[in-house]
Design a protein around this ligand. Structure first.
Ligand SMILES: Nc1ncnc2c1ncn2[C@@H]1O[C@H](COP(=O)(O)OP(=O)(O)OP(=O)(O)O)[C@@H](O)[C@H]1O
Length: 195
């Protein structure tokens, strides 16, 4: 039996949009949801980066394109293509969300949103450790997103894909409007299990 649900699919296919819809449905039926989304940020029609947004609505930078990222002040720079990752900002917002996972204090089984486990987020070793702890947690079911394999394999993403307790849904433009109920059913199945 699987314990976690991940969505994958090409960039921009609608993973974040669907994760938010799933969360709304879960919350309105009384399921506790924690975690974060990543959202693209546009200025004057141009994508300038990504923000981390917690389920409770706090927002911070994940990355910005080089010309708006500002100086790194001599710190090591983490880049993905044209984007400079703001690791301190990502970690200060995302890592505290995992506190309850570490204290095993979910107070009943809850859903933990991790949107996404991608190249930018994987610069953080503390994030990698926190995701592994959540995968092994007996109190949390993860609703996560992972990129489709492209280029060099991403260690943690491959780990997630190969786990027997993870169910992966692949989104496409064809199925993105009809798959919500299947994802909800899979998550409800996970939440029913006691471990
Ligand atoms: N079912 C849908 N029908 C039409 N447009 C959609 C649908 N789902 C998402 N979109 C639009 O597609 C764009 C990308 O959506 P979203 O950010 O959810 O994709 P994503 O797969 O999470 O992207 P990324 O790979 O950048 O994380 C947004 O502008 C969103 O409004």
């Amino acid at each position: 039996m699987f314990k976690h649900v991940f969505l994958t699919g090409p960039p921009g296919v609608g993973k974040t949009t669907l994760v938010k819809k799933v969360c709304e449905a879960l919350e309105s039926s009384g399921v506790g949801v924690e975690g974060f989304y990543t959202e693209e940020v546009r200025e004057a029609g141009r994508r300038v980066g990504f923000d981390v947004v917690t389920v409770t609505g706090e927002r911070g930078h994940l990355s910005r394109i080089r010309d708006v990222a500002g100086s790194s002040h001599g710190r090591r720079e983490y880049t993905v293509g044209q984007y400079v990752v703001d690791l301190p900002s990502f970690e200060s917002l995302a890592l505290p969300l995992f506190t309850n996972v570490r204290s095993a204090d979910a107070g009943g089984r809850k859903v933990f949103v991790i949107d996404e486990i991608g190249k930018m987020e994987l610069f953080s070793q503390s994030f990698i450790r926190s995701v592994r702890q959540t995968l092994d947690s007996s109190s949390y079911t993860i609703l996560g997103t992972i990129p489709i394999p492209k280029g060099k394999p991403l260690g943690l993403v491959e780990e997630v894909r190969s786990r027997r307790d993870v169910k992966v849904f692949t989104l496409s433009k064809e199925n993105r409007n009809s798959i919500l109920q299947d994802i909800l059913a899979a998550l409800r199945n996970c939440l029913k299990q006691t471990s």
